[in-house]
Design a protein around this ligand. Structure first.
Ligand code: CMC
Length: 426
C-alpha cells in the first residue's frame, strides 16, 4: 500500500533496509519501522517526539499553524456553531449528527446521567480533604464493578453503551467530588437541563436553593468542555489506548487516562496557573515574576504560557479569551485582584520581546483557569473538569482502536544495565 520508501543502513551491519512510508490525508508522513524488530533492531524515541503510535481518523493538529480539527472541522467553527454533546457525537461517530440523531444522542446521554446509589458509599471512604482527582480515579474505575458483566469489548453496541455511560456520568461524579469536599449533599442530575447547565446545577444547587446560572456562564462552561474534548495522542489518550490494548474494561481505561491527566505538565496546568497568580499576590509583584520567568538560573516559568505543540498560537486559547472577557463582564469581576494580575500578565507577555521571540502565548489553560475561578469553581476541581471534557476523546480513541485490528501496546527499550553475571556464592 505504501508507494514511498525510506532506506535505513547501519554502521557495522552490511545491509540496508527498505522501510515503507505512509502518507496521511494531511500532516507528516510516517516511516513504518515495525519490521525492524525482526531484524534485531529497535528504534529509540523517548517521549515519543517522532513516533506515530497509531493510525487515527479522529483529530488533527498542526502546531506551527495553530490548527486543531475534530474529524476535519476547525475547532473555532465548532466552538462557534456546535456544542459539547454534538462534538461528542462527532468524535465518536465521525460525522455531525442529523437533527434526529442529535436528539436521540442527547436523550441517550440524559438516560445515563445518574450513578448507582451504591456509588455514594465509595465517596464516604475518602477523606473530605482528598484531592478531587484522587476520588475521580477511584470512582470512575469503580464504574467497571457495576457494568462488567454486560461488557464485551468486541461488541460495537456494548462499546457505544460504555462510551455514552461514561460521558454522561463524568459530570455527575465530578460534581459529587465537589459536594463531598464541602460537606454538602449530592445533587441529582436534572435532565431538563443541557449538559453544561446540568453540571453547574449539580455543582452549585443545594436541596434548599436552586442555583440560578447565567447563560453566559453555561456557554463558557460548554466551550471549556468542547475545546478539551480531544487532542489526538496526548499522554492521557495514549494511556487510555495502551490500557485498552490489553482488553481492559473501558471504565478502568478511562480511569487510567484520568491518572495520566493529573500531572501539572498535562491537565494540572490550569490549577498551576491559579496557584501562580496567588503566589504573585499583587500587581506590584508582577515585574519581579516576569524577571524570574526570564532568568535562566531560575526554574520558575509563567504557568499558562507556551505549548509543546502550538508554536504560533493555541487556537483553543483564542476562543476562550473571548469567553473569558464575557464571563468577567457578566460577573462584574474585572476588579478581582487575582484576575487583574492575570489580565496584566497577559498584556505584558504579549508585548514583551522575551515572550514574542519564543512564541510564548497564553495557552488554553491560562484562560480556562481564569474562567473557572470566576465561576466559583475551586482550583482542585480544574483538572476534574478537564477530565470531564476529555472523556469523549478518550472513549472515541478506545472505540477506534478496538474497532480495527490492534496489538497489545508493548514498547521495547535500549538496555544499559549490567550484562549477564552470576549470583555470588555467600
Ligand atoms: N515561561 C517562561 N519561559 C518559558 C516558558 C514559560 N512558561 N515556556 C517556555 N519558556 C522558554 C524556555 O525557557 C526556553 O527558553 P530558551 O530558548 O531561552 O532556553 C524557550 O521558551 C523554549 O522552551 P521549551 O522548554 O523548549 O518549550 P517546550 O515546548 O519544551 O515547553 C511547555 C512547552 C508547555 C512545557 C512550556 O512552555 C511550559 O512549561 N509552560 C508552562 C506550563 C503550562 O502552561 N503548561 C500547559 C501547556 S497546555 C496543556 C495541554 O495542552 O494539555
Amino acid at each position: 500500500m505504501a508507494e514511498k520508501k525510506a532506506q535505513l543502513s547501519f554502521d557495522g551491519i552490511n545491509e540496508s533496509f527498505d522501510l515503507p512510508v505512509y502518507e496521511g490525508t494531511i500532516g507528516a508522513d510516517v516511516v513504518d519501522v515495525s519490521s525492524l524488530a525482526g531484524k534485531g533492531v529497535f528504534t529509540f524515541d523517548p517521549g515519543f517526539m517522532s513516533t506515530a503510535s497509531c493510525e487515527s481518523k479522529i483529530t488533527y493538529i498542526d502546531g506551527d499553524k495553530g490548527v486543531l480539527l475534530y474529524r476535519g472541522y476547525p475547532i473555532e467553527q465548532l466552538a462557534e456553531k456546535s456544542d459539547f454533546l454534538e462534538c461528542c457525537y462527532l468524535l465518536l461517530n465521525g460525522e455531525l449528527p442529523s437533527a434526529q440523531q442529535k436528539e436521540e444522542f442527547n436523550s441517550s446521554i440524559k438516560y445515563h446521567t445518574m450513578v448507582h446509589e451504591q456509588m455514594h458509599s465509595f465517596f464516604n471512604g475518602f477523606p473530605r480533604h482528598a484531592h478531587p482527582m484522587a476520588i475521580m480515579v477511584g470512582v470512575v474505575g469503580a464504574l467497571s464493578a457495576f457494568y462488567h458483566d454486560n461488557m464485551q469489548i468486541s461488541n460495537e453496541h456494548h462499546r457505544m453503551d460504555a462510551a455514552l455511560r461514561v460521558i454522561a456520568k463524568m459530570p455527575t461524579l465530578a460534581a459529587m467530588c465537589y459536594k463531598y469536599s464541602v460537606g454538602q449533599p449530592f445533587i441529582y442530575p436534572d435532565n431538563t437541563l443541557s449538559f453544561s447547565e446540568n453540571f453547574l446545577h449539580m455543582m452549585f444547587s443545594t436541596p434548599c436553593e436552586e442555583s440560578k446560572i447565567s447563560p453566559v456562564l453555561v456557554d463558557a462552561m460548554d466551550k471549556i468542555f468542547l475545546l478539551h474534548a480531544d487532542h489526538e495522542q496526548n499522554a492521557s489518550t495514549s494511556t487510555v489506548r495502551l490500557a485498552g490494548s490489553t482488553g481492559a474494561n473501558p471504565y478502568a481505561c478511562v480511569s487510567s487516562g484520568i491518572t495520566a491527566l493529573w500531572g501539572p505538565a498535562h491537565g494540572g496546568a490550569n490549577e498551576a496557573v491559579l496557584k501562580m497568580l496567588s503566589e504573585i499576590g499583587d500587581e506590584s509583584q508582577i515585574d519581579k515574576f516576569i524577571a524570574r520567568a526570564k532568568d535562566k538560573d531560575d526554574p520558575f516559568r509563567l504557568m499558562g504560557f507556551g505549548h509543546r505543540v502550538y508554536k504560533n498560537f493555541d487556537p483553543r486559547a483564542t476562543v476562550l479569551r473571548e469567553a473569558c472577557k464575557n464571563v468577567l463582564a457578566e460577573l462584574q469581576m474585572e476588579d478581582d485582584p487575582l484576575l487583574k494580575i492575570a489580565i496584566k500578565l497577559e498584556k505584558i507577555a504579549l508585548e514583551d520581546e522575551y515572550f514574542i521571540e519564543r512564541n510564548l502565548y497564553p495557552n488554553v489553560d491560562f484562560y480556562s483557569g481564569i474562567i473557572l475561578k470566576a465561576i466559583g469553581i475551586p482550583i482542585g476541581m480544574f483538572t476534574v473538569i478537564f477530565a470531564t471534557g476529555r472523556t469523549p476523546g478518550w472513549v472515541a480513541h478506545w472505540h477506534e482502536m478496538i474497532s480495527n485490528p490492534f496489538k497489545i501496546g508493548r514498547p521495547r527499550q535500549l538496555y544499559t544495565g549490567p550484562t549477564l553475571r552470576d549470583y555470588p556464592d555467600k
